[in-house]
Design a protein around this ligand. Structure first.
Ligand code: BGC
Length: 332
C-alpha cells in the first residue's frame, strides 16, 4: 500500500512540475527567438525609381515589377518625383543607394548626369539596371526596355506609309534632355529623311504632361497653320494633341501618331481620333527587370540588352483589345 502512495505521489509531482514549467516558459517567453511560421524575411530589397511616380505608364511598370517581386519573395519600393524633375530623380537614386538596398532599377534619364550617378551606385557594390531608358555610357549591368531609336524609326515609317502628299509634322516630345525621347525623335527623323514630301516644322517639350502637350500643340498650330501631322513621343503627348485638335475641329484633317497603349490612347484609336501609336510593354519591363536583378544577385551571367517588344498599332489592330489590358498584356 505504502508503495502505491509513493508511485501516485511521484506521478502527481511530475505532472505538477510539467504544468509549472509549461506556463513559466509561456509567461517569460523563454522559447528560442524564432519568427512565426507565416513570416519569412524577403530574400532581397529592390528600389524602382521612376521619372514620375503617378504617371499611368509608370504605374504599369510598377504593376509588372510588383508581380515579379511577389512571386520571388522580394521587397520592392516604388518611388519617383511627383512631377518629372531630373535633380529629384537623381537624389532618389542616391538615397536608395545610401539605404543599402540589394539592387536599384531606374532610367538612365540623362546622358550627362546618369552615368556618374549610376557608376557611383555600382562602386558601392549595388547592382544597377536601367529600365525604359538606357545609359550605355555607364557601367550599368543591363538594360530592360524598348529599343527607343528603333521605336522612333517605326513611327516615321508608319507616318510615311499612312500619308500622301506634302506633310508638315509638329513633334511634341516629353523632355528635350531625356535620352529615350531624343532617340525617338532621332529615329523618326532618320526614317523620313529619304522622303521629300515629309518634313518636321517644329518641335516642343511637354514635360511629359498632357496639359503642356496640349498647350504646345495649340501654339504650334498658331505658329504653323499648315501643320497637318503630329508625332507625340511620350505616353501622354498624343492625348494632349488630340484634345486640342478636337476642340478646334481639326481631328479629320490632321494625322496623329503617338506612343504607348494607355486605356485613353486605345479609346482615341477606336474613335479614329488618333491614327497610330507605338506600343511599348511597360508591364513586362517591370516584371523582367526584377527577375533579371535576381539573376544578377545570384551570380548568373546576364546579357546587356533585354529589349521588350515594340510595334505600331492602328485602329485595324484593335479587334482584340477587349482581351487586352493596358500596357498590351494579354489576359490569361
Ligand atoms: C516613356 C517614359 C516616360 C513616359 C511619360 C513613355 O512613353 O517610355 O520614359 O516617362 O512616356 O509619360
Amino acid at each position: 500500500m505504502a508503495r502505491w502512495i509513493y508511485v501516485i505521489g511521484g506521478l502527481l509531482v511530475t505532472v505538477a512540475f510539467s504544468v509549472f514549467l509549461f506556463y513559466s516558459v509561456r509567461a517569460f517567453n523563454l522559447t528560442p527567438d524564432r519568427p512565426s511560421a507565416s513570416y519569412k524575411a524577403p530574400d532581397y530589397r529592390f528600389v524602382l525609381v521612376t521619372e514620375e511616380v503617378d504617371n499611368d505608364y509608370w504605374r504599369l511598370v510598377e504593376k509588372g515589377a510588383r508581380a515579379a517581386a511577389e512571386k520571388h519573395h522580394v521587397s520592392l519600393q516604388y518611388t519617383g518625383p511627383k512631377q518629372a524633375n531630373l535633380d529629384e530623380h537623381m537624389k532618389m537614386i542616391e538615397m536608395a543607394a545610401a539605404s543599402k538596398v540589394d539592387g536599384i532599377i531606374a532610367q538612365g534619364l540623362n546622358q550627362e548626369v546618369s552615368p556618374t550617378i549610376i557608376n557611383r551606385v555600382l562602386e558601392k557594390g549595388i547592382p544597377f539596371l536601367t529600365i525604359d531608358t538606357d545609359a550605355p555610357e555607364s557601367k550599368r549591368v543591363a538594360y530592360v526596355g524598348t529599343d527607343n531609336y528603333y521605336a522612333g524609326f517605326l513611327a516615321g515609317q508608319a507616318l510615311l506609309k499612312d500619308t500622301e502628299g506634302e506633310v508638315k509634322v509638329g513633334i511634341i516630345t516629353g523632355r528635350f534632355d531625356s535620352a529615350n525621347q531624343k532617340l525617338r525623335v532621332e529615329g523618326f527623323k532618320d526614317a523620313i529623311k529619304g522622303s521629300d514630301r515629309v518634313n518636321v516644322v517644329a518641335i516642343a517639350e511637354s514635360q511629359i504632361t498632357r496639359i503642356q502637350a496640349a498647350e504646345k500643340t495649340y501654339e504650334m498650330i498658331k505658329d504653323y497653320p499648315d501643320v497637318n501631322a503630329f508625332y507625340g513621343t511620350s505616353a501622354l503627348d498624343a492625348i494632349g494633341i488630340v484634345q486640342v485638335l478636337e476642340s478646334i475641329g481639326m481631328t479629320d484633317r490632321v494625322y496623329v501618331i503617338g506612343f504607348d497603349v494607355l486605356p485613353e490612347t486605345l479609346q482615341l484609336l477606336k474613335e479614329g481620333k488618333l491614327e497610330a501609336t507605338v506600343e511599348q510593354k511597360p508591364y513586362e519591363m517591370g516584371y523582367d527587370a526584377v527577375e533579371l536583378m535576381i539573376q544578377v544577385l545570384e551570380g548568373d551571367k546576364v546579357s546587356t540588352y533585354h529589349h521588350t517588344m515594340t510595334d505600331v498599332m492602328r485602329q485595324k489592330d484593335l479587334t482584340q483589345t477587349e482581351t487586352m489590358t493596358p500596357g498590351g498584356m494579354k489576359q490569361q
